[in-house]
Design a protein around this ligand. Structure first.
Ligand code: KIV
Length: 274
């Protein structure tokens, strides 16, 4: 059964929600089979799928292309698709038009956008158009150039109060969930207790209403830098590297393909060829 935003909201204070990113059909199928509640087609696809240095180059068309594939694979999980940089910042009407395009063309259940009180008008208008919204505050990667890097947010009184004010503003505007990225755990707990929306943490401690991770990070897909908040539940990089090396070796040694990977033809047919 497809999970709804109301199924997710009923989990607040009852049972934490699990969320992972996905960007393709097969990963979405496997995440769905594991019973994960929500899938995020994150604009992190710019980094982890397309090899960009940050998320800024990702387009609405990129999000739709990957969002469609994920939605085809997610039979039960609620799918949220990110609104990329400059798809909602420019105006309320751009925000509604792009959110509408993303929902119509991908078949997702919600969109996510980065920003707090300053984007409450966008959130309100998108929700009024019938599109559920997840807000994203704390470390907002689309503002990396303003933030001066990927740092923990909300450490001073002013910054922590702004985070609380932002959470209240986006919840008031109608966001059913709020991603809290790189926020001290005690602050995330406070926010979680203060808003009716579900808080979904990434680097925000265990007291959020749910957790989200980039699936490549939690699978150990690469051997590059791993943020402190990531736990590697597998080491896929090692498994893949070993498999690729063994394949290369077997190609060169002609031990692959073996007879059971090979199609045959009768000698009789072969003999008639000239
Ligand atoms: O784009 C993304 O993957 C995200 C998560 C880091 C929450 O926004």
């Amino acid at each position: 059964m497809k999970k709804s935003i109301y199924d997710m909201l009923s989990r607040k204070g009852v049972l934490p929600v699990s969320m992972l990113t996905a960007y393709d059909y097969h990963t979405a199928c496997t995440i769905d089979e594991a019973g994960i509640d929500m899938i995020l087609v994150g604009d992190s696809l710019g980094n982890v799928m397309l090899g960009y240095e940050n998320t800024l180059a990702v387009t609405v068309d990129d999000m739709i292309h990957h969002g469609k594939a994920v939605c085809r694979g997610a039979k039960n999980a609620l799918v949220v698709v990110d609104m990329p940089f400059m798809s909602y910042q420019t105006s309320v009407s751009d925000a509604v038009a792009n959110a509408g395009r993303i929902m119509k063309e991908t078949n997702c259940q919600a969109v996510k956008l980065e920003g707090g009180a300053e984007y409450a008008d966008r959130i309100k208008a998108i929700v009024q158009a019938g599109i559920p919204v997840v807000a994203h505050i704390g470390l907002t990667p689309q503002s990396v150039n303003m933030l001066g890097g990927y740092k923990v947010q909300g450490k001073t009184v002013e910054a922590a109060q702004k985070l609380i004010d932002d959470a209240k503003a986006v919840a008031e505007a109608g966001a059913f969930a709020i991603t809290l990225e790189c926020v001290p755990a005690a602050l995330a707990k406070k926010v979680t207790e203060m808003v009716p929306a579900l808080t979904i943490g990434i680097g925000a401690g265990k007291d959020c209403d749910g957790q989200v991770l980039v699936y490549q990070d939690m699978l150990g897909y690469t051997d590059g830098f791993t943020p402190k908040f990531v736990k590697k539940f597998a080491n896929l990089h090692e498994v893949m590297l070993e498999a690729f090396k063994q394949y290369k070796e077997e190609c060169e040694q002609r031990t692959f393909p073996a007879p059971n990977n090979t199609f045959t033809i009768s000698e009789e047919v072969l003999e008639k060829l000239y």
